[in-house]
Design a protein around this ligand. Structure first.
Ligand code: F6P
Length: 362
């Protein structure tokens, strides 16, 4: 058994649906069943870096009837503040890790639950090793690219949002005889595109794991037309490249570049090659900010509770995960290293092919 009195919790990296359900589960279980105090660190590791530190004490009363279904994170987060290479206003990047470790000490924390994806876990683990923290990670990301858990919190809600978008696009496509292109997120993995594409009845799904040829996409659109159907739906994952292998990115005011825009590139080529009236929707952050679907609320609650139990049992440097219908905990290092891209020979790809969905390679 570990002696813990003050437990810290923070959210790190991009937000997703279900984060508040994790914070709620951790707070309820840790306070009510272990008698610990729970400190919610605000804005990820940035809240430990600055002085005064940014935090709130979390009590069960903080979680009224609305928290469980709220998108975003009540603690705030950041996906661009690596404390080992922190961007300063003059453009320099400096190591501010000791300030973060000082903040942890100042708050009197005995252990930390870090909610993040592989990038956040790598940073938190380095901080934990340097500062002697007792750390447990809870996996969240709409990209579902953490290899050692079958599902990351937030992913199923993102698939639901993308499927909902296809459900909205289909009637307008049919009304106007159009080809609709939907670009979805997922960073370097095609899970959202593939799964939402199947669920939403797409004719073409392009993912970064399967190289495509524009001729194959055009042929599929022509064959849909030949059956007498007057519309088609194409789903494109944001990391799909142009036919010359270029990633399509957007650079934001802060100088950060993210994927975004390949849907327009594909839409223009399809229009040119088939003569079809084509429109493009880039779904963007709508996949992240909405209400968590019930599955994500349950996964978040189960993994949040287990993270507390893992700490109470004196196990650290672990990540909680969902495997074979069970909550388990695994070395945090495996959560960082085992990347999960779409299995191109797997059952979901086979399902798509069997349904006649064009994946661009044939
Ligand atoms: O990793 C989550 C994610 O939503 C990716 O799917 C996407 O590429 C990226 O974050 C967008 O980042 P930002 O919120 O900085 O625009």
């Amino acid at each position: 058994m570990a002696s813990i009195q003050r437990l810290g919790i923070l959210t790190s990296g991009g937000d997703c649906a279900g984060l508040n359900a994790i914070i709620r589960a951790v707070t309820l279980h840790a306070t009510q069943n272990y008698g610990w105090q729970v400190i919610g660190v605000q804005k990820g590791t940035y809240g430990l870096m600055v002085r005064p530190t940014l935090y709130e004490t979390l009590e069960p009363s903080r979680f009224d009837g609305t928290t469980l279904r709220m998108g975003g994170t009540i603690l705030g987060t950041t996906n661009k503040g690596d404390p080992f290479a922190f961007p300063m206003p003059n453009g320099e990047r400096i190591d501010r890790s000791e300030e973060v470790i000082g903040g942890y000490r100042e708050l009197g924390l005995d252990a930390l639950i870090g909610i993040g994806g592989d990038g956040s876990f790598a940073i938190l683990r380095r901080l934990a090793q340097q500062g002697g923290w007792k750390l447990v990670g809870v996996p969240k990301t709409i990209d579902n690219d953490i290899g050692i858990t079958e599902n990351s919190i937030g992913y199923t809600s993102a698939v639901a949002a993308a499927t909902d978008a296809l459900d909205h696009l289909q009637p307008t496509a049919a009304s106007h005889d159009r080809v609709m292109v939907l670009e979805v997120m997922g960073r370097d993995a095609g899970h959202i595109a593939l799964n939402a594409g199947i669920a939403g009845g797409a004719d073409v799904i392009l993912i970064p794991e399967i190289p495509y040829k524009l001729e194959n996409v055009a042929r599929k659109i022509e064959s849909v037309k030949a059956t007498g159907r007057n519309f088609a739906l194409i789903v494109v994952a944001e990391a799909v490249r142009t036919d010359e292998g270029e990633a399509v990115t957007q650079t934001h005011g802060s100088g950060t570049a993210t994927y975004g825009g390949v849907g327009h590139w594909i839409g223009a080529r399809v229009a040119q090659m088939t003569g079809a009236e084509t429109r493009v929707t880039v779904l963007g952050h709508i996949q992240r900010g909405g209400q968590p679907v019930p599955y994500d609320r349950i996964l978040a609650s189960a993994l949040g509770v287990h993270a507390v139990d893992v700490l109470a049992a004196g196990r650290f440097d672990r990540m909680v995960a969902w495997q074979n219908r069970q909550v388990v905990d695994v070395p945090l290092e495996d959560g960082i290293k085992r990347y999960h891209s779409v299995d191109v020979e797997g059952p979901i790809v086979r399902t798509a092919r069997a349904l006649g969905i064009c994946l661009g390679d044939q």
